[in-house]
Ligand binder design. Structure first.
Ligand code: NAD
Ligand code: 6OD
Length: 500
């Protein structure tokens, strides 16, 4: 948790702490209760963020509403698109600052942040600047009952003030995935980044001002969820919609908080994703692809498979391959040469993951590798590291096979028939993503479509055109984002019918 830490007081008292202030109406607003932000790779507090109070949330809403009634509200689409492109370009130019900020908050390896998080942050603005330009508009000229004609068309308008509540695992990527389409549609946003990872959102506010996004269009409020900035944003009557990525139970709390004002909601929630490896798969590709899927970002990716079903004839070979990949991972400080495995986000999350490691053993797991904490020295000794972990011997109904762990671990379970694999894979309260490995093209289509998930990957994982729908079924979400799907959420049509 980014709350109290033995180092926090010292950092707060130090001569030049890095302060992350709330950003309202185009400027940093001082004040708000300070809280420490940890570097998960070392456990040290590296910045002080300031929790927004109710008055600051009111100010942010007022600033956003003023922007909607001002220059932003009457800006041409061409100008708005140009500004979004300029934001993307500035993220590229200030890449090193974004990298440093993201790495300090998450402890993730430099190679990962530089290949995934920061470039996708910029790409999101380009994708939605394009999407808004290529949107078709509906219009129908129709015969009326009296023998005349009428022209019916719909115009899309922004929702108004949109609250963006984002998680800590891919902070810039997931926050901009919502902010970019919201702004493309002409809304004003108030972002509440995770209390664990407030830095890149704060930096983005600076970029917004730098490129000339009008004051009040992009606001940032720092703080926690319940009884803090998150909850206040959800409850505020001036916020028309909430777009949220995070845990399913947080989504449920937000839904309840938003109900009195009947707000529009878009939720990307938790997952307990399945992977299925058929005996005809390219085994080297399956091992490499699923090793990446399970261990990338230390398993802290909502799409990561934590259940892998493998056809019995190739089960032992697959497990041996995955084990070798896990053993080759090198934990360490983000910038250390060779590091490709970072820490978990917090001591609290590490304890949760280690609790599941113990539970797996209680539930009868055979630990193929991992199950504990790696021995690291120097600064990394204070980091929140755990070992990459693989289990076999678990029943598909075990708790570790049903509950989202959000750590670098998976259960590998054999199957004998395609029907059995489909039953195992779909038998989950979640429905976010699946990854299927086979050379049989018919089966790829059949199985891919039969999966009760938002995204079915075949012979790949975490790969898609950003114009396609992204989201989850069941407990994994409400609605879809991506391309036109995002535009549909962040805008609403007014239907105009003119009797000619
Ligand atoms: P979280 O739900 O704990 O927190 C997410 C955000 O919600 C944070 O900003 C937090 O401060 C805020 N929040 C918490 N309680 C709140 C409340 N009552 N009202 C308003 N805001 C509140 O999630 P996390 O731990 O940051 O992220 C990990 C979770 O996110 C995992 O479950 C993961 O699967 C999920 N996730 C899903 C996707 C997806 O696309 N489906 C993507 C990334 C992460
Ligand atoms: O790629 C994306 O747009 C996306 N929303 C990814 C989510 C990853 C979850 O951790």
């Amino acid at each position: 948790m980014a709350t109290t830490h033995p180092d926090a007081d010292a950092v707060i008292a130090s001569a030049r702490p890095r302060h992350l202030h709330n950003w309202i109406g185009g400027k940093a607003v001082t004040g708000g209760k300070p809280f420490g932000v940890h570097d998960p790779a070392t456990g040290a507090v590296h910045a002080i963020a300031h929790e927004a109070d109710a008055a600051m949330i009111d100010r942010a809403v007022a600033a956003a509403q003023a922007a909607l009634h001002g220059e932003w509200g009457s800006m041409t689409l061409a100008r708005r698109r140009a500004l979004l492109m300029a934001v993307a370009d500035r993220i590229d130019v200030r890449r090193e600052e974004f990298l440093a900020a993201e790495i300090a908050d998450t402890g993730k390896p430099h190679s990962l942040a530089s290949h995934l998080d920061i470039p996708r942050g910029a790409a999101n603005f380009r994708v939605f600047a394009d999407a808004i330009a290529s949107l078709p508009s509906e219009s129908f000229l129709f015969d009326t009952p009296d023998g005349g004609k009428a022209l019916n068309y719909a115009v899309r308008k922004p929702l108004g003030v949109v609250g963006v509540i984002s998680p800590w695992n891919l902070p810039l990527l997931l926050m901009t995935w919502k902010v970019a389409p919201a702004l493309a549609c002409g809304n004003a946003v108030i972002v509440k980044p995770s209390e664990e990872t407030p830095s890149t959102t704060t930096l983005l506010a600076d970029v917004m001002a730098e490129v000339g996004i009008p004051a009040g269009v992009f606001n940032v409020v720092h703080g926690f969820g319940a009884a803090s900035a998150g909850e206040m944003l959800v409850a505020h009557p001036g916020v028309r919609a909430i777009t949220f990525t995070g845990e399913t139970r947080t989504g449920a709390a937000i839904m309840a908080g938003a109900a009195p004002h009947v707000k529009a909601l878009s939720f990307e929630l938790g997952g307990k994703n399945a992977a299925v490896v058929f005996a005809d798969a390219d085994m080297d590709a399956a091992v490499a692809g699923l090793s990446r899927a399970v261990f990338l970002n230390t398993g802290q990716v909502c799409l990561a498979p934590e259940r892998i079903y493998v056809e019995r004839p190739v089960f032992d070979a697959f497990v041996a391959g995955l084990k070798a990949s896990a053993l080759a991972l090198e934990p360490g400080l983000p910038h250390a040469p060779g590091t490709d495995f970072g820490p978990l986000i917090s001591a609290e999350h590490r304890d949760k993951v280690l609790g599941y490691y113990a539970l797996a053993v209680d539930e009868g797991a055979h630990v193929i590798t991992g199950g504990g904490v790696p021995h690291l020295t120097g600064e990394a000794a204070g980091g929140y590291f755990v070992e990459p972990t693989i289990w076999t011997g678990l029943d598909h109904t075990a708790r570790v096979c049903r509950e989202e762990i959000f750590g670098p671990c998976c259960a590998v379970i054999p199957f004998d028939t395609e029907a059995e694999a489909l039953h195992f894979a779909n038998d989950s309260p979640y429905g976010l993503a699946a990854s299927i490995w086979t050379r049989d093209l018919s089966r790829a289509h059949r199985f891919g479509q039969a999966m009760d998930v938002g995204v079915s990957w075949v012979n790949c994982w975490f790969l898609r055109d950003l114009r396609t729908p992204f989201g989850g079924t069941k407990l994994s979400g409400v609605g879809r984002e991506g391309g036109e799907h995002s535009i549909n959420f962040y805008s609403e049509p007014t239907n105009v019918c003119i009797k000619l």
